[in-house]
Design a protein around this ligand. Structure first.
Ligand code: GAL
Length: 191
């Protein structure tokens, strides 16, 4: 019996060493999409690993018949709660998509682009993070290349606000930046 106990103890020790080595191994990071289906709006989520050039946020949804507009917002952490690095705001009571930045609760100067969307339409919006800024498209058509007004390093969340139905919200691409080790993958970050 004593020998059995010693053997079990030894096996447990080997397992501990093995998992420890695995933890320190040169693992590659998960780079696939992280998505949520049918989030209730308004919705806010962390972007797993934060924002960085090469990543993008994808939204597939539908504009209700009574919508006045909605926005997809890329937000910095740690600042004023209302801060928005990139406010992408299709409007239906005006003929424009409005883009802007909000710092310390104050809006900057608006960029306006012709509104390609209509009420009652399904859409895909993609916001790509680039070195120079955010490149946003609606249904594959580039709407704007919006130069960064706040550092992309500070951006780590996305929100969707207004009258819109969202089927899919997805963070795509990139790798996890400066993860704390031990790190448990990004799967849960977008919920
Ligand atoms: C304001 C509006 C905000 C935001 C901003 C963009 O008039 O209340 O929600 O869209 O314009 O410049």
């Amino acid at each position: 019996a004593v020998r059995n106990i010693v053997r079990k103890f030894f096996l447990g020790f080997v397992v501990i060493i093995f998992t420890d080595l695995l933890g320190k191994s040169n693992m590659s990071w998960y780079e696939g999409p992280i998505q949520i289906m049918n989030p209730s709006i308004p919705y806010q989520a962390r972007i797993p690993g934060g924002a960085m050039p090469g990543k993008s946020v994808y939204v597939q949804g539908y504009v209700p018949h009574d919508s006045e507009g909605f926005s997809v917002n890329l937000k910095p952490h740690g600042g004023h709660n209302d801060d928005i690095a990139f406010h992408f705001n299709p409007r239906f009571n005006e003929p424009d998509v409005v883009c802007n930045t909000c710092v310390d609760g104050s809006w900057g100067s608006e960029e306006r682009h012709p509104e390609p969307l209509q009420r009652g339409q399904a859409f895909e919006i993609k916001i790509k993070m680039k070195d120079y800024g955010f490149k946003a498209s609606i249904n594959g058509e580039t709407i704007c290349k919006y130069p960064h007004r706040v550092s992309l390093n500070d951006v780590d969340a996305v929100s969707i606000v207004g009258n819109v139905h969202v089927n899919v919200l997805r963070a795509e691409g990139g790798t996890v930046r400066s993860p704390e080790v031990p790190y448990i993958g990004p799967i849960s970050c977008l919920t």
